[in-house]
Design a protein around this ligand. Structure first.
Ligand code: HEC
Length: 445
């Protein structure tokens, strides 16, 4: 009892002491500029995806109230994993509590400029290849992105013409029109795969639904397609790590999946993917896996439909990255590990999934998944009218790659000894159909 009173009294006096200094030290633009520069300008500058630039006080001031709201509600910077699981992620964009506080205080104090700040150059933008001259470059052959309107997902299939299997030490995106490229994924399509099999090569292509979903019944999961590398705003090229490489088999094609968004001006995009061959056989192979629940069947008006998939490792691997993938009805996404010894671990929690951001979450330190460990990919979908992005709450929604259809994929990258084959995990969907509905039929991925 006494102790509690003492603490309260001490806290009270400390508060009194702090008050005058808090009132005097008005937060000015000069105080928040470093935060804006570090955390916002990567996107909020001319030529980037952010709709306005925050380079100078005059550019920023009209947005003060919107900035306050966006940082308080944590809608900006775009970052969707929760605080706890973000701590293990190296590319987290989340603001710290004190950064948010500084911005809020600045706006509440009138968003003043304070002592004139010398012009600071905008955050440096990368030009040219960051990892040096690539051994192979695949280039988008000019896509005309309109000033307005929705642009369909666009594909580009490019044969590698490799005469033998090749180890790839790194791949890098060099994005041309950064203001309109919302995301790009490059997949490796091995020779046996039926993914986009009927698409023409070396030309940009809007595939039909049947083409995108076609899949041979006997096609093994590992033969399907592998995510080589993704791009999204804020992307930093990074090799997979010393002694690690991905394997592209002889006869494989590289398939770009491109999501452009109109940004007010007609532009033509010539983005490039650079591929760097490994100088020697790597110690570890990096493989991207895609556990998925393709049997999902989301009933009409269901506000929190659960869907789950699992990867169970059949040999020791190291987990490097995770990328949850859902569409318009995606609500939240959890990735959990159950280690071979029974311990469980929350690897990634995305409480407010946003389909507009296809974020790859890179672990700062790889996590060992020993043989017998598993990862569960738990998605929820909101097919109710309360979901403002829902195109039609009265429909049962099945697997499909159009935005009005749904997907639950948990792309992951794992590393394991290079001499091992790629069958390192068993992938399964673990959903139970919602009461009163038939499970969706497997229509391919
Ligand atoms: C990774 C890119 C990126 C970063 C980093 C980023 N923004 Fe944004 N911002 C956007 C995009 C794109 C939009 C347009 C709306 C959308 O697509 O969500 C936007 C919109 C906004 C808006 C308009 C209102 C709203 O909430 O939609 C505000 C305000 C804003 N950003 C503030 C910030 C601030 C402040 C920061 C840094 C603390 C920041 N942004 C960092 C990409 C970014």
């Amino acid at each position: 009892m006494i102790l509690i009173v003492r603490i309260n009294v001490t806290a009270f006096f400390m508060m009194l002491l702090a008050l005058p200094s808090m009132a005097m030290a008005a937060v000015t633009y000069a105080d928040v500029k470093p935060i804006l520069r570090e955390r916002c300008e990567g996107c909020h500058q001319a030529g980037e995806i952010g709709p306005m630039a925050f380079g100078t006080f005059r550019q920023t001031r009209p947005w003060a109230k919107a900035i306050r709201q966006a940082v308080m509600e944590r809608t900006m910077p775009p970052w969707h994993a929760d605080e706890e699981t973000s701590r293990r992620i190296r590319n987290s964009r989340a603001l710290t509590g004190s950064e948010i506080e500084a911005i809020v205080k600045w706006v509440d104090g009138g968003a003043v400029e304070g002592s004139a700040l010398k012009a600071v150059a905008a955050a440096a933008r990368p030009t040219g290849w960051q990892l040096g001259k690539p051994d192979l470059v695949i280039r988008v052959p000019g896509y005309k992105v309109p000033a307005q309107g929705t642009v369909q997902y666009t594909f580009l299939v490019t044969p590698t013409n490799f005469t033998g299997d090749r180890w790839i030490a790194a791949a890098e995106w060099k994005i041309d029109q950064r203001a309109v490229v919302h995301h790009m994924n490059a997949f490796v399509r091995p020779p046996g795969s039926s993914y986009l099999k009927t698409a023409p090569v070396n030309q940009l292509y809007v595939a039909t639904k049947d083409e995108r979903l076609a899949r041979r019944d006997d096609e093994k999961e590992v033969d399907r397609r592998e995510l080589l590398i993704g791009y999204e705003p804020g992307y930093q090229p990074a090799p997979w790590g010393e002694g690690r490489a991905k394997l592209i088999r002889k006869g494989s094609d590289v398939v770009f999946e491109i999501h452009y968004t109109a940004n007010g001006a007609d532009v033509e995009d010539y983005s490039e993917l650079g591929i760097y061959f490994a100088k020697q056989t790597p110690k570890e192979r990096v493989l991207s896996l895609a556990p998925a629940d393709s049997k999902l069947a989301i009933p009409p008006h269901h506000a929190r439909y659960p869907s789950s998939a699992r990867a169970t490792f059949t040999r020791d691997v190291k987990l490097i990255s995770m990328q949850p993938h859902m569409h318009l009805r995606g609500k939240d996404f959890d990735i959990r590990a159950t280690y071979a010894d029974g311990r469980t671990d929350a690897l990634l929690r995305v409480p407010r999934y946003d389909f507009r951001w296809q974020t790859t979450y890179f672990l700062a330190e790889p996590i060992v998944m020993s043989r017998g460990s598993s990862m569960d990919f738990l998605a929820h979908f909101d097919n109710s009218a309360n979901n403002k992005f829902n195109p039609d709450p009265s429909k049962t929604v099945y697997w499909g790659d159009q935005s009005w259809e749904e997907m639950n994929i948990g792309f992951i990258e794992v590393a394991f000894p290079a001499e091992a084959d790629g069958n390192v995990a068993v992938l399964s969907d673990t959903s139970k159909p919602a009461p009163g509905t038939a499970s969706g039929k497997l229509v391919g991925r």
